[in-house]
Design a protein around this ligand. Structure first.
Ligand SMILES: [Zn+2]
Length: 144
């Protein structure tokens, strides 16, 4: 079920609850036995609470979908490349119009929908400060 269907169902249930409330408000309590009347009032109130919770869930799902769409759009600015020694990283495309300086990002975070720039370590590695993965950029130079 997609978000539009959820909202459609939400609208139908909401309308049904409003109709039930209208009927209940029009009824005079002495026109029906008190126990069924109160049961209907309680069930209608419960349905309203569930509807409010459903609305919050749908809102959260919409925010998550939007966030995923945003990160997917940002990921389009990167291309997989290999470092000098063959480590796979993602690099900002030269023609990407992001206003950011050239940089590489962590492939592990990239696959988990996070864009995290790899930072120099002063060694042959660059490091992701989020997941702490290290990627080798140069051959190791031994000093004899
Ligand atoms: Zn990372």
């Amino acid at each position: 079920m997609d978000i539009d269907s959820l909202w459609e169902n939400f609208g139908r249930v909401s309308d049904a609850i409003k109709a039930a409330r209208t009927v209940l408000d029009a009824l005079k309590p002495d026109e029906m036995p008190a126990q069924p009347f109160m049961a209907i009032v309680t069930q209608t109130a419960d349905a309203q609470v569930q509807l409010a919770e459903l609305r919050l869930s749908i809102d959260a799902m919409q925010r998550e979908l939007q966030a995923n769409a945003d990160i997917d759009a940002r990921k389009q600015n990167y291309v997989p490349v290999k470092t000098e020694v063959g480590a796979l990283v993602y690099r900002l495309k030269p023609d990407a119009d992001t206003g950011e300086p050239e940089h590489d990002v962590c492939p592990k975070c990239f696959e988990e929908n996070r864009i995290r720039a790899l930072q120099p370590t002063g060694t042959i590695y660059r490091e992701c400060h989020t997941c702490e993965s290290k990627y080798q950029y140069e051959e190791r130079h031994f000093v004899w």
